[in-house]
Design a protein around this ligand. Sequence first.
Ligand SMILES: Cc1cc2nc3c(=O)[nH]c(=O)nc-3n(C[C@H](O)[C@H](O)[C@H](O)COP(=O)(O)OP(=O)(O)OC[C@H]3O[C@@H](n4cnc5c(N)ncnc54)[C@H](O)[C@@H]3O)c2cc1C
Length: 396
Amino acid sequence: MTTTADVIVVGLGAHGSSAASHLARRGLKVIGFDTHCPPHTFGSSHGGTRIIRQSYSEGPFYVPIMLRAYELWEDLQERSGVELMRITGGLSIGDTRGKGTAGIRASAAEHDLPIDILTPEQIHERYPVLHPNEHMEATFDPRAGGLFPEPAVQAHLDEAVNAGADLRFDEPVTSWRPDREGGGVQVETKSGTFEAKQLVFTAGAWLPELVSKLKLPMWIERQVLFWLEPKANADAFKPENMGNHGWEYDPGYNFYAQPDYGEGVKVALHHNGRSSHPDSLDRVVTAEDENALRKQIERYIPDLNGKLLNSAVCMYTDTPDLHFLIDFHPGHKNILLVSPCSGHGFKFSAVMGEIVADMVTEGKSKFDLSNFGVERLLSEESQAACPPERRPYATV
Ligand SMILES: Cc1cc2nc3c(=O)[nH]c(=O)nc-3n(C[C@H](O)[C@H](O)[C@H](O)COP(=O)(O)OP(=O)(O)OC[C@H]3O[C@@H](n4cnc5c(N)ncnc54)[C@H](O)[C@@H]3O)c2cc1C
């Protein structure tokens, strides 16, 4: 027997839960599937905190979408009655020759956003536990802060279910195809065949494999998170005293720290992790992983280099230009490919549901998504940037 819906959502993590919520709240009949039971620790949306910031270093074109995301996070937080976001202000500290601070200045200038620029001396004066080098500067974004991913995913899932979505956990989609008439799509799971007019892939690290025929030049990057206990000046790391701080310590090399929300100070290197398949991700944290991070902590934030409290492994799903993929499948205009990751997508998940719902119901978004199209990934240059051995699917 075939079960039918208006839209099937494959993957109910950060973006899929939001998509299911927005679609169902617009009155569409939604069926959603997830391999696991989100929020869970097997994908890209765990680890207690995510950074939100508005002066967007990755490009001014993200800012209008980001500003809408702030509104939707506030709305969701109010409706759910659960703390999902805490605005603390946040610093981006970088070598003045690096891309990070230049990108923030460009976004702030184009969208008239307030930022403070601090010299190394001013950074240290304001935050004595931070020791930038003489080539660095900081931008302070007063609207930066933390998001709490697990309750955020849960809040979206709850709203989806309350609006009538049929969400099925521990039920992976094993295959999909256009339906016989060509106007809809069919997916298979262990419990049967499901049919819908439209299909949304929000499968995170598994998305490239689900559409492997497209040969998307995307790879899965292993990322390790650590929670440290400061060895001195613990109060300085509390959210009321210092928000998150990202460091571009060499051009293209970054680490970041979240304030201590009660579990210790979360720190991690950003990018330059090993490529992996999501199902065979190495989740064992090694001394080598820890030492690579501690080297930077000792150099720039020595008071933080205390006892290891916890660690976890997570995944980025990267594109060659590190921008998102949000587009219709090039061969099927009723299938949406949604992969806002490359290590910076969570903060957009509140607005991603609205974008998906607009694309499903109106065929387009009100935002300029031209930097997130699929065609750019099919270009020779993008293909060359991701050799077959780096891809999480068989390329033959
Ligand atoms: C360590 C780390 C730190 C990060 N820090 C930040 C940050 O500070 N700020 C920020 O904005 N972003 C950050 N990001 C990025 C952000 O977390 C991700 O972009 C976002 O979580 C991706 O969400 P997603 O919905 O694409 O993937 P996920 O949340 O992983 O969801 C994908 C879901 O699809 C399911 N699935 C897969 N295959 C199938 C199938 N065949 N059938 C059914 N279900 C399936 C999976 O089980 C999973 O639940 C970070 C990411 C990591 C890993």
